[in-house]
Design a protein around this ligand. Structure first.
Ligand SMILES: [Fe+2]
Length: 140
């Protein structure tokens, strides 16, 4: 089942929420691919490299936001991101070594889905309590 956006995922930062929704859309593409009988592995390659780059950029952006807003979960966020990147890289490596299989795609999708919903609700959502402060005019 595709990952659906829920209110509990909202960080109330429009950029971060949009980036999370984009990751959901691409994760859902992976699930849709897994349902096909004949999979064009060029599509899998494209999707994996897009996800890897997009997620890395998103993590960098979000980590900078948390540091800037002195969010207490900034370190935890960074270390969970590192774990996710290592997990994702291992799965890409498995695919390179063993080739594509429906089972591989479905388990990758299900792990991404599980990780995302848990991480966004328990770590990223902390940003709600640390909104960006309106910039104060510099003193003359
Ligand atoms: Fe995060």
């Amino acid at each position: 089942m595709a990952i659906e956006w829920k209110n509990q995922f909202a960080t109330h930062d429009s950029h971060i929420d949009e980036q999370h929704q984009q990751i959901f859309r691409f994760a859902n593409k992976l699930e849709a691919l897994a349902q096909q009988e004949d999979v064009d592995t060029r599509e899998v390659d494209h999707l994996l490299s897009f996800l890897e780059t997009y997620i890395a950029n998103h993590f960098r952006y979000e980590e900078a936001c948390m540091l800037k807003r002195r969010c207490p979960v900034a370190q935890k966020n960074r270390s969970e991101h590192l774990e996710f990147k290592a997990f994702f890289a291992r799965n890409v490596q498995d695919y390179r070594h063993h080739g594509y299989s429906k089972a591989w795609a479905l388990q990758l999708f299900s792990k991404i889905e599980h990780w995302l919903s848990h991480h966004i609700c328990h770590v990223d959502a902390e940003l709600r309590h640390h909104p960006e402060k309106a910039s104060t005019p510099s003193p003359r």
